[in-house]
Design a protein around this ligand. Structure first.
Ligand SMILES: [Ca+2]
Ligand SMILES: [Ca+2]
Ligand SMILES: [Ca+2]
Ligand SMILES: [Ca+2]
Length: 436
């Protein structure tokens, strides 16, 4: 068939068929452009920790969405992370979203903490280390590496065959958090090793050349696969009262552990699914990121009543912080955005691009369009006087299907977050304990 034949054939088509073809071409080409972006464009983020700096800029552990998709097969096949992957960065952005500072060459960075001297302490998750980065030179000036530690010296029950003493190629520790504390005479940091089910406190000093001495581990809580203590935790924090609060993620709870005797002194009773962050607020409340319920909660610690909640535009949110102005800074993770939300629940600032949501919305709108066109033409057909009974019946079936499609996709559009939440709650039991 020549091009002329093809054009002639197209011209002979009825107008309704041309419109259908046009819409389907639009749908297919949009998806052909957008879906590869998800997998190959490192500009779409699944942000982990986000912090607002004193100068008003925002630090973001900017892991690309495609790196998040690459993570499970890497774990399964033990494929190491490339040394200089642009998919794994920490960026600092100003309020207009301009990048003012960045560092790459990390491996799924989970947590960044600005130190009093301006340097950054980073949980460099899948390189299995915590590092201090000189902010000006971007050099790594301190690192703590669990693979260099003889864990039997920390606890004699952890012998040479123990998981802790046998590093794997990829995602051995899943170090996902570091929190800094000045005790006066000495500095400490609290480190979460998710795959160890363990939180350790280090005697931390940037000058130390022996960071990896077992004796630098001055406190620890948890034990490998002992879920009565912790199960794949996130974001341990020092509390004002000296205790430690931990998002005990796969136990679906928040726990407060007494620092002196390691007794559990408080735990959440409200229904949480995979909580990954619990911050103590100035008013004594807790700000909880309830990841698989797609919501951020502020609860009264004593009554456990929910006093504030936000649940729009989140997709497995990672963490949230309360800012000095009272607003909340939220890492929406798979929604691809960092957002600042005020007390009334309005988004007052955001960074990033909600690529998943756009895909859902665009496809839903286009499919509603197609269904609308079908309804228009089928009702026109029904007014033809010589229609056979079979044709009439078929037209009614097509009308029914089109109306059903419109209702279905309108529900998708208006209840995107609710549907997402129901879906995640439904699949949560099956993915609990997976590589995510
Ligand atoms: Ca934060
Ligand atoms: Ca932080
Ligand atoms: Ca943290
Ligand atoms: Ca937080």
């Amino acid at each position: 068939m020549t091009l002329d034949d093809f054009i002639e054939r197209i011209q002979r088509l009825r107008i309704r068929t041309k419109i259908r073809i046009l819409i389907i071409l639009l749908l297919v080409s949009f998806n052909l452009v957008m879906i590869p972006q998800l997998f190959f464009n490192n500009n779409f983020l699944a942000p982990h920790d986000v912090d607002r700096k004193a100068n008003g800029n925002t630090l973001i552990c900017a892991v690309s969405l495609n790196e998040m998709f690459a993570h499970p097969p890497r774990v399964r096949n033990q494929v190491p992370m490339p040394i200089n992957s642009a998919n794994n960065r920490i960026i600092e952005i100003d309020e207009n979203g301009r990048i003012t500072w960045e560092i790459s060459g990390l491996a799924m960075p989970h947590e960044v903490e600005e130190l009093p001297n301006g340097n950054l302490l980073v949980a460099d998750t899948t390189f299995d280390r915590v590092i201090e980065i000189n902010y000006n030179t971007k050099e790594i000036i301190w690192s703590w590496e669990p693979s260099k530690i003889n864990w039997t010296e920390v606890n004699e029950e952890w012998d040479e065959n123990h998981y802790y003493n046998n590093p794997k190629t990829y995602d051995w520790t899943h170090i996902n958090d570091v929190d800094f504390k000045q005790y006066g005479e000495w500095n400490a940091c609290l480190v979460s090793l998710r795959n160890f089910d363990l939180v350790v406190e280090l005697n931390y000093s940037a000058e130390s050349i022996n960071a990896n001495n077992a004796s630098n581990i001055v406190w620890w809580y948890g034990d490998y696969e002992n879920a009565t203590l912790l199960s794949r935790q996130h974001n341990p924090d020092y509390l004002e009262n000296g205790n430690v609060i931990i998002a005990d993620s796969e136990n679906d709870r928040i726990v407060e552990v007494n620092y002196s005797n390691k007794e559990k002194v408080w735990e959440s009773v409200i229904e949480l699914r995979w909580p990954r962050d619990a911050d103590e607020l100035d008013n004594g409340n807790l700000l909880i990121t309830d990841s698989y319920n797609n919501r951020i909660l502020e609860i009264n610690r004593t009554t456990q009543e929910i006093v504030w909640m936000f649940e729009r535009d989140l997709m497995i949110p990672y963490e949230s912080d309360q800012l000095e102005n009272g607003n909340y800074l939220i890492s929406t993770e798979y929604m691809g955005k960092v957002i600042e939300v005020n007390q009334e629940g309005f988004i007052v600032w955001s960074y990033g691009f909600p690529v998943f949501k756009l895909l859902f919305y665009f496809n839903s709108f286009v499919l509603i369009g197609i269904a609308g066109i079908e309804i228009f033409y089928k009702t026109q057909n029904l007014s033809e006087p010589k229609l056979s009974k079979k044709k009439i019946a078929l037209n009614f079936v097509a009308l029914g299907v089109s109306i059903f499609m419109i209702v279905l996709f309108l529900i998708v559009i208006f209840h995107f977050n609710g549907l997402l939440q129901s879906f995640l709650q439904f699949i949560y039991p099956s993915i609990k304990g997976s590589v995510f």
